[in-house]
Design a protein around this ligand. Structure first.
Ligand code: CTP
Length: 406
């Protein structure tokens, strides 16, 4: 395990893209109103927008760096470019030029790169001169963006900069916030659901200094707990040994051994809608734990016994309206086949089969594997972030829950 502290951003996140129009100053108020609505805002101003509102204003208001290009802070940018943490991207104001760039899938600054790299919904709030808004190029660009799933607000009619009047005005902040709340509501896939997640590895004590354990860092399980929280679920984490972490909003029960984890899972499962068994449970434990340090000459004679299979045991008590997601760690060539056997054998509804060849994924933020389940199309992941896998698991789990709850 890497041992590094796992930091989860607090609150729901919005990337606010500000592009170069006079309405950029109105985005300052929008930022404040979005904060009032409980969102954490990260501003990405385009270079030309900085002619209207400077970087210092955005950084002071948001309390976060406001970068414009991918070259300003490459380490920070690569993290942001993955845009893992954005629940929503809002581009306000969006100029005709930025809209045109988005239709082409350009990525020549940080904002367009982030949009292209993110799977979050994008809300576009255009503001421009009526002639530009009504120009057939813009009209077609907007149609194209809408057909690709972008949400585009209609600009308002009214006074524009200078003496002009017409369609193209930036809407009131309250209208944009209302739209943001509407979009984020549809993202709350697990609202009202109770999700139980196990994470990390168990340790089976041999004596006061030794234990049987494994390399699990808990990162995958914790990423699932985080994504479930972001999807509106009430989340309980049963954590074995993990890298240090803080996960605001989740109830955390710490356990040490497989038997402790089993009793915690059995207690909690009854009151849960879904269980994600991401923990790496040690398969065996010493028959007895010595209270004194065992001499090395005697280590060979330690007698082991296998631990109960927690997943299989709780699956026996599963109600029809509950969903269980299992995991499998495999080094085999035929991952899907091996995973399929565990899915059926352990009676899970879904199973993420991890490719752990060479121990490569432990303590890392990246993973490779496949999500399988009866009645779902297998989803393959190759070197993606654990959050991406977590989002997919949460989405599939939500669908299953919807199905079994009618
Ligand atoms: N699991 C469990 N209890 C155990 C061992 C594993 O609940 N005693 C769960 C894990 O949390 C995971 C799934 O079973 O969701 C598969 O774990 P894995 O280690 O891949 O498989 P094992 O059943 O331990 O089989 P093997 O090690 O022989 O591959």
């Amino acid at each position: 395990m890497s041992g590094e502290k796992i930091i989860f951003p607090k609150g729901r996140q919005i990337v606010l893209g500000v592009t170069g129009g006079i309405a950029a100053y109105k985005a300052c108020d929008l930022l404040r109103r979005l904060q009032d609505a409980g969102f954490l805002i990260r501003v990405i101003p385009t270079q030309s927008s900085l002619n209207f509102v400077g970087r210092a204003t955005w950084e002071a208001l948001s309390g976060q760096p406001a970068l414009s290009t991918v070259w300003e802070n490459p380490a920070e940018v690569s993290h942001l470019a993955a845009a893992d943490n954005a629940d929503l991207i809002v581009i306000a104001p969006a100029t005709a030029d930025t809209i045109a760039k988005l239709t082409q899938g350009r990525a020549d600054d940080l904002l367009t790169t982030t949009v292209l790299a993110s799977s979050a919904p994008v809300l576009i709030v255009p503001a421009m001169h009526p002639n530009m808004w009504l120009n057939s190029a813009t009209v077609q660009n907007i149609e194209l963006l809408r057909s690709r799933g972008f949400i585009v607000m209609e600009p308002e009619v009214g006074r524009l900069s200078g003496k002009d009047f017409g369609v193209g005005r930036f809407p009131e902040s309250s209208k944009i916030v209302a739209q943001v709340l509407e979009i984020s509501k549809t993202e709350l896939l697990l609202e009202g659901k109770k999700v139980l997640v196990t994470a990390g590895g168990t340790r089976e004590e041999i004596d006061p200094v030794r234990f049987i354990g494994n390399k699990s860092s808990g990162r995958q399980g914790l990423a699932i707990a985080y994504q479930a929280l972001r999807s509106g679920a009430e989340v309980t984490v049963i954590a074995g040994h993990t890298d240090p972490f803080e996960l605001e909003g989740a109830r955390v029960i710490k356990v040490n051994t497989a038997l402790e984890m089993m009793s915690a899972v059995e207690n909690e499962f009854i009151n849960s809608d879904a269980l994600v068994m991401a923990a790496a449970v040690a398969d065996a434990r010493p028959v007895s734990t010595s209270t004194t340090k065992i001499k090395k000459a005697d280590l060979e004679s330690i007698e082991l016994t296998t631990n109960p299979d927690i997943l299989s045991r709780v699956a026996l008590s599963k109600r029809v309206n509950q969903v269980i997601v299992g995991f499998a760690a495999e080094t085999l060539d035929d991952l899907i086949k091996a995973g399929g056997e565990k899915l059926i054998g352990k009676k899970a509804d879904l199973l993420y089969v991890n490719d752990v060849s060479g121990g490569a994924i432990f303590g890392q933020d990246q993973t490779s594997g496949a999500l399988i389940g009866l009645g779902i199309e297998t989803v393959n992941f190759d070197g993606v972030s654990k959050h991406e896998v977590a989002k997919s698991i949460v989405a599939h789990m939500a669908k299953k829950l919807e199905k079994v709850n009618g």
